[in-house]
Ligand binder design. Structure first.
Ligand code: ZN
Length: 284
């Protein structure tokens, strides 16, 4: 199952006019997030402002409330030295070191910052855009064109046949690693269409009984991965040879090296393998 949604987070757009208590800062130096308390047990900085630590933000975005605390995303000039006890971590490294809800919110903060950075000027007429405070958007005062933080849907599909799982190796994977099939949704497609098309394109197999499994936002750069299970319905496995270098059936007892545990692919594969081992249907 997917992680629970972030219960303590309330998205808001209008920052408080005056603030007397410290705020939680999601501060990024390029794609790395700044943490305090050392890289092994990191925490996010909680302070009135980053400028009090010599880290005046280049840009910032108000995010809303997390556990009742005001939150901001901030872009920090990479040339600024970090105060003693601060460190910069990759977003992926944050997962597993802090609570999943906080790591997920960090991914959201990064995506919002990147969107804000990429849309300072109107893509239609070049006028400087203005941030709106009634929704998460930037509008062009000249032509009224409005942009919103992008979310790119992608699907993941785990095909099963009896007690076997269809796993594939992308050419870019580290040696020995296999995963479920995945691909981006094209304009005009339903998710079910994408699942069928990607399975056909990548391995030449037909499927049926497509069932929703769960979803995961993936901030590299702004995907929403939607995972499904499906039953094998015909065809011989034929890896496309471009994106997929190898694909085959795996018995439950001989699963290969899988993606890291922060990814929904790992959870999908392990959950389904567990269901099949207990004699349950793959879709739960
Ligand atoms: Zn414009």
């Amino acid at each position: 199952m997917a992680d629970d949604p972030i219960p303590e987070y309330v998205p808001l757009y209008q920052p408080p006019e005056a603030r007397s208590e410290p705020a939680l800062w999601f501060a990024f130096r390029k794609s790395e997030i700044l943490v305090v308390g050392g890289a092994e047990r990191p925490d996010l900085p909680c302070c009135m402002g980053l400028d009090e630590h010599g880290l005046a933000p280049q840009r910032s975005q108000y995010l809303g409330l997390y556990g009742g605390r005001h939150c901001y995303a901030a872009a920090i000039d990479e040339s600024l030295p970090l105060p003693a006890g601060w460190a910069a971590l990759g977003l992926r490294d944050l997962f597993g070191l802090v609570e999943t809800t906080l790591a997920t919110l960090s991914g959201r903060a990064y995506q919002i910052l990147e969107w804000d950075r990429n849309h300072q000027f109107c893509s239609r007429c070049g006028t400087r855009t203005q941030l709106r405070n009634d929704e998460r958007s930037r509008s062009c005062p000249a032509c009224k064109y409005t942009t919103y933080p992008p979310v790119t849907p992608a699907i993941m599909i785990l095909v099963t046949h009896g007690r076997r799982l269809l796993l594939a190796r992308k050419t870019a994977f580290p040696p020995g690693r296999y995963s479920a099939l995945a691909g981006f949704v094209e304009p005009g497609e339903m998710l079910e269409d994408t699942v069928i098309r990607e399975t056909r394109e990548e391995v030449g197999v037909e499927i049926g009984n497509i069932r929703y499994f769960g979803s995961q936002p993936w901030p590299f750069p702004h995907s929403l991965m939607v995972a499904f299970t499906a039953d094998y319905a015909g065809g011989e496995i034929r890896p496309d040879g471009v994106e997929i270098e190898e694909a085959r059936w795996f018995e439950l007892e001989e699963l290969p090296k899988l993606p890291p545990s922060i990814s929904i692919s790992r959870r999908l594969i392990e959950t389904v393998a567990g269901r099949l081992a207990r004699g349950e249907p793959a879709s739960g």
